[in-house]
Design a protein around this ligand. Structure first.
Ligand code: AMO
Length: 434
């Protein structure tokens, strides 16, 4: 007897199989009825010729509400009518959990359901193979990121997500009550990953949640996302950091095509692997491109969604999906970024993927006095950052790093319309549940 599928929900022994799953559909055609059972690997058909099945069992199986969870045991028959080439003729069944009627939303119906409805009933939405495939791909992607970054000599670290001090400026933090004093949810591991550079852990990475108290209702912003952060010492310039993330992303894209082939097929998607090196534009070049397209941004302005899109279209015409934007004005970048002395610019970069920022990073200011001066210039009080600044007082190597939005990377890779598609239970200004 061929093994039907490698699944905990299917058992095959001597021509008899037990299949377990959700009732996707029951079709009664008079003398014969069909029940489609679904699990994570696909569907299997339970075929019930009325005359050959125990009447009680027939009655039970043909009246099951959709999405009820059952176990069906029966004889395995080859069948040219089903995708699997097999069907089950049932001899017994057990109902684990009967689904209430009506369902809050359909699983296989081809009706368009609003994003909000889908997210309100995410457990149901995730029963769709094409929705689940995204999260299988996310898991594969994070596995590939970890392999790549570990192969490059990075140590995984875990830094606190609850903190006393305002992280990188203070504006976008969620304030929480920490016993009898206030605290904040981390917007990024920035300060901690830099502190670690003073320890000899000279290449570290973290993949963890980051929280942003931004009231932005867009298809690319959420208030909680997964950030893939890296920090590396002994660099000579920010280009070494850019080369590192290019190496990692290239490996991830190639790996996804291979290890994610099944899920990509479910989604009907392919992943393009851009050639290397990824082009590098300067911020000033981007401003020119944006201005020529009629968007009146001036030196120092954020490129913004619209500007990024214009640059994205410009690069798409050149066949570039992934490209760096480097040398931002220092005033547009946080205090920890190193200034390009004698110019208004900084050793910073963003990595954009088809018109959307997916990462930012740069070389950091590791010199204590200059770092304090930069903080003061940005209107921050160095006294609030003592725990961070201390690490720069007693020997800090030159270093740099990056933060990559895991969901943004996945969304662009799969060409999904909304970042919420890549988060199981998204958090945004209006969504705190489920
Ligand atoms: P930044 O604030 O640019 O940099 O964030 C890094 C990356 O995180 C992702 N991201 C988001 N994803 C979803 N929703 C959001 N609201 C959101 N905000 C940011 C983006 C972005 O490129 N400490 C620096 C990184 C560094 O220099 O190492 C930082 O946090 O993909």
């Amino acid at each position: 007897m061929p093994l039907i599928r490698d699944s905990s929900s299917v058992r095959v022994e001597d021509g008899t199989a037990t299949v377990r799953g959700w009732v996707q559909d029951v079709r009664n055609m008079g003398g014969i009825s069909f029940l489609t059972l679904r699990d994570r690997f696909g569907t299997i058909q339970v075929t019930m010729p009325k005359k050959k099945i125990d009447p009680e069992l027939f009655g039970l199986l043909t009246k099951l509400p959709r999405e009820t969870v059952v176990s069906v045991t029966g004889d395995v028959k080859e069948s040219s009518q089903t995708a699997l080439g097999l069907e089950i003729i049932p001899t017994s069944a057990e109902i684990y959990s009967e689904a209430a009627v009506p369902l809050p939303m359909g699983v296989v119906d081809k009706v368009n359901v609003e994003m909000d409805t889908r997210l309100n009933h995410r457990f149901m939405d995730l029963r769709k193979p094409e929705v689940r495939a995204i999260f299988e791909l996310k898991s594969i992607m994070v596995g590939l990121i970890e392999e790549a970054v570990r192969d490059c000599g990075f140590t995984q670290v875990f830094t606190p997500k609850i903190s006393a001090a305002g992280a990188e400026g203070g504006a976008e933090l969620f304030k929480i009550q920490y016993f009898d004093r206030p605290a904040y949810l981390a917007q990024s591991p920035q300060l901690y990953k830099q502190i670690l550079m003073s320890t000899g852990l000279d290449r570290i990475y973290e993949i963890a949640p980051a929280f942003r108290a931004e009231r932005s209702n867009t298809n690319r912003h959420v208030t909680e996302f997964i950030s893939f952060d890296g920090e590396m010492s002994w660099i000579e310039n920010e280009e070494q950091v850019m080369a590192m993330i290019e190496e990692i992303i290239d490996r991830v894209l190639r790996g996804m095509k291979e290890r994610g082939a099944k899920q990509l097929a479910v989604l009907g998607k392919d992943i393009a692997v851009p050639s290397r090196p990824y082009p590098v534009l300067t911020y000033s070049e981007c401003l020119r491109i944006v201005n020529e397209a009629g968007l009146p941004l001036k030196e120092g302005d954020d490129l913004g969604t619209e500007g990024e899109k214009i640059v994205g279209d410009h690069m798409a015409a050149k066949g570039a999906d992934l490209y760096f934007i480097a040398e931002y004005p220092e005033e547009a970048k946080p205090f920890y970024i190193m200034e390009k002395d004698g110019t208004p610019y900084s050793f910073s970069f963003d990595l954009d993927y088809r018109g959307q920022e997916i990462s930012s990073g740069g070389q950091r200011e590791h010199r204590y006095d200059k770092l304090v001066a930069r903080m003061e210039k940005k209107g921050l009080d160095p006294a609030d950052f003592e725990f961070y600044l201390d690490a720069f007082k007693y020997g800090m190597p030159p270093h740099g790093g990056w933060g990559i939005g895991v969901e943004r990377l996945l969304v662009k890779m799969l060409d999904l319309p909304n970042i919420r598609e890549a988060i199981l239970f998204p958090r945004d200004p209006s969504r705190l549940s489920p």
